[in-house]
Design a protein around this ligand. Structure first.
Ligand SMILES: Cc1cc2nc3c(=O)[nH]c(=O)nc-3n(C[C@H](O)[C@H](O)[C@H](O)COP(=O)(O)O)c2cc1C
Length: 148
């Protein structure tokens, strides 16, 4: 069993969410051979998608309610065929909007045929207090998805 978290961040907020999700996955995993990887998208390749049972993607809101167009969107489009029927979950940090970037991203992933395994996790700016618990619980829940 393998879960890979692939993220893009500009100031580190989405990276912090990613590390809390990783902690939650490690708490929730039921088997020592459940491998959990955490990687920036700049260091990710097609094998990370192909060999993972669950791919958890993180990206902050950029542009006008968009995911990052310098690295994350090109990465996803370049590997869009690999997302067909792939178990996926999405998360990210945002600022002044209402989360529309995440809705746009969900539509993009569904257009590739990805299976969104849970409601996406969105956090305003840096995760603190209750938002940290939300990140940990998101990871714990997804550890169960990866097991199935
Ligand atoms: C160029 C730029 C564009 C942004 N566009 C949006 C946006 O459309 N909607 C929104 O809610 N926040 C927007 N933000 C706010 C960021 O999403 C927010 O600060 C987030 O916490 C950054 O997370 P990161 O450090 O993981 O990149 C934008 C920030 C920047 C710098």
């Amino acid at each position: 069993m393998k879960t890979t978290i692939i993220y893009w961040t500009s100031t580190g907020n989405t990276e912090k969410i990613a590390t809390f999700i990783e902690q939650g996955l490690n708490v929730g995993k039921e088997s020592a051979d459940h491998i959990i990887n955490l990687k920036p998208v700049s260091n990710s390749d097609e094998a990370d998608i192909l060999t993972s049972d669950l791919v958890i993607l993180g990206c902050s809101a950029m542009g006008v309610e968009e995911i990052d167009t310098s690295e994350m969107e090109p990465f996803l489009r370049a590997h869009q065929d690999l997302f067909k029927d792939k178990s996926v979950a999405l998360f990210g940090s945002y600022g002044w909007g209402d989360g529309e970037w995440m809705e746009n991203w969900e539509v993009l992933m569904e257009s590739f045929g990805a299976k969104l395994e849970t409601d996406s996790l969105i956090v305003i700016e840096e995760p603190e207090d209750e938002a940290i618990d939300d990140c940990l619980n998101f990871g714990k829940t997804l550890a169960g998805v990866a097991k199935a």
